[in-house]
Every structure is written in structure tokens, then in C-alpha cells.
Ligand binder design. Structure first.
Ligand SMILES: [Zn+2]
Ligand SMILES: [Zn+2]
Ligand SMILES: [Zn+2]
Length: 501
């Protein structure tokens, strides 16, 4: 990153004691980010500061912590470590915000995406403590199709893969609002109109936000149905229910039209009578095709009706797919070796991509919506996202449906964007801990925590604020993180070359 690529708005922050005010007075012009950066870089403590901020350097809005931490030997009570942020550069510890969303913090989201990738991949081919034999288990990559709530502009392809018009019709197709529901255009990728309804008034915004809200429950019921279907299929080949287990790695994707749908890896495992927690191959009688049949059946049959709502006495029917098209889930076997059309790395990368997003594709991005803010985002006569937020907010008026209001900023969806069953793979926690240990061994971090079993840590670290102290600091820290990332990428590339020759 260079200074010229940053939007350099006049800085309004002044930092006491570092001379920015004096600088401004002398020159009689506003202070810019590069002024702050220059002052910081000229400071004799600059390299100490840079080392100090390294763990959070890439973060857009790090958390600042103040306080002290005592480390004592658990047996003798002897004080073995003491640190106080008052003695540190800036008097604080900077901690990366850890946000998953790329629109909030690109750097932290990238860390999250890599962890998500490792987690999903380990579930497919092993590693990180998961046995490599999982690569031989039957596994299916399933996309559960979300229903239609009205015609939207979309990119369509023929069976042969050729791009075809959005909604071509020979004759006028007028809706009750007098809008011609035809679109002869072949839309280009990334067009803003994609995902927006042909007629906003015909579109069923209520049903869509209710579907988003109920999607986690629909998924829960679907997993039960998959197990049940597979149990029946297994019996036909002489395998009992207790001899296999299903594990899932799942990512929620919010489509442009604002509907959530799930991409799931379903893996079939066996059960070891001696070691119930172990991940072992399933009985050889069960094959990938059996797993696919069970998922297809569950996707088609799982459905339920919600509780009644004052605006809809019969409730809403919640199910996958489009009844009319007969498409409920797209299923593909995951081939981890050989010449399959999808590879493990592709699947893992595909899923990890969605782990750092939420509603961005729809054009609506906000934090939790409150009564004061609702008019800013919700409008029953407004744009497609505004109508969705309005639907969630207004349907959430009763106690029973309050969840819809709570999740209005997620267009009703209150589930997690990445989830996995317990034995699918490693956890984010394990990946994070491994990274901290690596960083402390490789970089000789002098704040290394001691062995937890023999020491007691008393910490009074408290939140003092969020963000860098000024745009100059942000620029320097982010640039240092950028440089470190390129060095790491270069090292990885060099390693790869060294091992190929
Ligand atoms: Zn961050
Ligand atoms: Zn169109
Ligand atoms: Zn209409």
C-alpha cells in the first residue's frame, strides 16, 4: 500500500504529547495522515512501537486494552511475570478486532477465511489432527436450493453453458400492477440490477424473510431426515444404524436477492466400538451414491409450517427448492483423488469464500437495527433491501416473532455463517492456538504466556477504545502488515519451488 492510494481526509484527531498540534500551528494548514506517519516514523521509539503493534498491524480497527497482568507460579506463589501497559508504546496493547466480515476488516476477515479453508479442507483430506483416511470416505457437496419469492433479474445459462436472456417472452406479461414481467436482456456478471425483482409489489418480501429466519430449523430437520433415509438404505445392505455417522461442514450464503441458502459437505464416517470418539472409515457396503440418495430424498421431503402470525393465520410453508421446477438440492460427489470434476481444495476454497460475507451481496450492510435507526434502512415502498428490512422489522412485532426484528439487519437470518458437526474437523480454536504458538516460537514474542498448568495469570486488562490513534498510525501499521504478508507469500513460493526441484 502506498500513501497515495489512501483517501487522505484532513485529520481531526490530535494526539497530545507527540507534537501534532505544534506542527499544525507552525505550518498553519490541516494535518494529513502522512504528517502523522512522518512524525511517528521520526520518533526514536518507532521500531519499538512497530514491534509492539505487530500482532494487530493489519487490522482496520484494533481494540486497545489497558491494565496490568501478573503471572505467578501456581505452587510457590512466586511472581514470575509482570506487565503493565503504562510502560508500553502508546500505553496500550493493540488486539486485532477479529471480525469475520471482509467489509468490516479485510485483514481479520482474511485470517478467518484461511482458518475456514483449513477447517473445511481438513474435514475432506485430513490434517491438523484429523486422520488422512477421511479422504477415502464417501462425501457429497450439496447446495440446498432456496425457494422463489417472485421473479428477479438473473443470469441464466442453457444446459450447454451458454448465457441466455433473463426472462424472455414473446407476448406482454402484465402483472396486477401493470408492469411487464419480461426481460429480454442477457445480464453481465456484477450488474447492479441482478437479484432485484421485476415487480417489487408482486414480490413476497414477508415470505422471504420468514424463510431466512426459519432456515436453521429447516436445516436441523433436514439432517434428521438424511440420517433417517440413510438408515433405511443401510438396512437394505445389512448395515445397522449404530455402525455409521454423518458429519457436516456447512456455510450459509446470502444471495443477491437476499435469500440465504446452504452449501454443505456431508461426510460418511464409521463408528469404532473400542473408541467411540475416533473418526474411522464407514462400513464398505455404504457408498457415495447411497449418501446422495439419502440427501436428495431429505431435501425434497423436509418441510413444515410455521406458527400462525397476525398477518398470516395459516403460517408459512418452509421447504427447500422450487416445487414447480422439482429442484431441491444440487448434489455432487466430492472426489479427493483421481480425475473428478471437483477437487477438495476447490470445494474448501468455495465454502471459505462465503465465510467472510453476510448480506454484502444484497447491497444492504448495517449493524443491528434499533427503533431509532429503522427508518434509515426500512421502507415498505423503497428498494428491494429496504422492503426486506421493513418486512423483518414489522413481522417481528409480536413476542413470538421478535427474532425477526432482532435479525432485521441480516434480513431475518439469525444463524451462523459457518457451522460444522462436532467430529467434522478441527475447530477455529485449535487453529488460532496453533497460530499463537507458532508466532511465539518463531517471533520470540516476549509477552509469551507461560505454561498454563503451572502458572496463574491475574489480568486486569480492560477495554480502552477501538481503532488506531490516527490515520498515520493506521497507515504505517497496515503497510507493515502488508509487507509481512508479501514476505510470507514469497517464502511459501520459494519453499514450493525448492521442493519441486
Ligand atoms: Zn480487524
Ligand atoms: Zn433481467
Ligand atoms: Zn406487480
Amino acid at each position: 500500500m502506498t500513501a497515495s492510494t489512501l483517501p487522505l481526509a484532513p485529520a481531526t484527531i490530535s494526539v497530545a504529547g507527540t507534537g501534532e498540534n505544534a506542527e499544525s500551528r507552525r505550518s498553519g494548514r490541516p494535518i494529513y495522515a502522512d504528517d502523522f506517519a512522518r512524525l511517528r516514523a521520526q520518533d526514536p521509539g518507532y521500531f519499538d512501537w512497530l514491534r509492539h503493534v505487530t500482532p494487530a498491524a493489519g487490522c482496520s480497527r484494533p481494540i486497545r486494552l489497558v491494565g496490568e497482568r501478573l503471572t505467578a507460579d501456581a505452587r510457590t506463589g512466586e511472581l514470575v511475570g509482570y506487565m503493565n501497559t503504562a510502560t508500553m508504546p502508546d500505553g496500550v496493547i493493540y488486539k486485532a478486532c477479529g471480525n469475520r466480515r471482509a467489509s468490516v476488516c479485510p485483514s481479520c476477515a482474511e485470517v478467518y477465511r484461511r482458518d475456514a479453508y483449513q477447517l473445511i479442507r481438513a474435514g475432506l483430506v485430513g490434517g491438523k489432527g484429523i486422520p488422512a483416511t477421511v479422504a477415502g470416505h464417501p462425501a457429497v457437496f450439496a447446495t440446498f436450493v432456496a425457494p422463489s419469492f417472485g421473479y428477479v433479474h438473473m443470469r441464466r445459462a442453457s444446459k450447454a453453458g451458454k448465457q441466455i436472456p433473463c426472462r424472455p417472452r414473446r407476448h406482454e406479461d402484465l402483472c396486477p400492477h401493470g408492469i411487464d414481467l419480461r426481460c429480454p436482456r442477457i445480464h453481465a456478471d456484477g450488474e447492479k440490477i441482478l437479484g432485484t425483482p421485476l415487480c417489487l409489489d408482486c414480490y413476497d418480501h414477508d415470505a422471504q424473510v420468514v424463510f431466512n429466519h426459519q432456515a436453521p430449523e429447516l436445516w436441523r430437520r433436514t439432517t434428521i431426515a438424511i440420517r433417517r433415509a440413510l438408515t433405511r438404505i443401510a438396512r437394505e445392505v445389512g448395515v445397522q444404524a449404530g455402525e455409521f455417522r454423518l458429519n457436516f461442514g456447512k456455510v450459509a450464503e446470502m444471495q443477491r436477492r437476499g435469500v440465504v441458502h446452504y452449501h454443505v459437505i456431508v461426510r460418511l464416517d464409521g463408528v469404532s466400538p473400542d473408541c467411540p470418539g475416533a473418526i474411522v472409515p464407514p462400513p464398505s457396503e455404504l457408498e457415495t451414491l447411497d449418501l446422495m440418495a439419502a440427501i436428495a430424498e431429505a431435501a425434497e421431503r423436509t418441510r413444515f409450517t410455521t406458527a400462525a402470525h397476525p398477518r398470516r393465520a395459516d403460517g408459512w410453508l418452509i421447504a427447500w427448492g422450487d416445487e414447480g421446477q422439482g429442484r431441491y438440492a444440487d448434489l455432487r460427489p466430492v472426489k479427493t483423488s483421481g480425475d473428478g470434476d471437483i477437487t477438495d481444495a476447490m470445494v474448501a476454497a468455495y465454502l471459505a469464500k462465503y465465510a467472510t460475507k453476510s448480506t454484502e451481496a444484497t447491497g444492504h450492510v448495517s449493524g443491528r437495527i434499533t427503533g431509532d435507526l429503522v427508518d434509515l434502512y426500512a421502507d415498505p415502498e423503497g428498494t428491494h433491501p429496504e422492503r426486506l428490512v421493513h418486512a423483518a422489522w414489522s413481522l417481528g412485532c409480536t413476542k413470538e416473532w421478535a427474532g425477526l426484528r432482532h435479525w432485521a439487519h441480516m434480513l431475518g437470518f439469525g444463524g451462523h455463517f459457518l457451522t460444522k458437526s462436532r467430529r467434522y474437523s478441527v475447530t477455529f480454536r485449535i487453529l488460532r492456538d496453533a497460530r499463537v504458538i507458532w508466532r511465539r516460537t518463531v517471533e520470540h514474542d516476549d509477552q509469551a504466556e507461560d505454561d498454563e498448568e503451572t502458572t496463574v495469570v491475574i489480568s486486569t486488562l480492560a477495554y480502552s477504545g477501538a481503532g488506531w490513534r490516527n490515520t498515520g498510525d493506521a497507515m504505517l501499521a497496515n503497510a507493515a502488515a502488508d509487507a509481512a504478508r508479501s514476505r510470507a507469500a514469497y517464502a511459501r513460493e520459494a519453499m514450493r519451488e525448492a521442493t519441486t526441484f
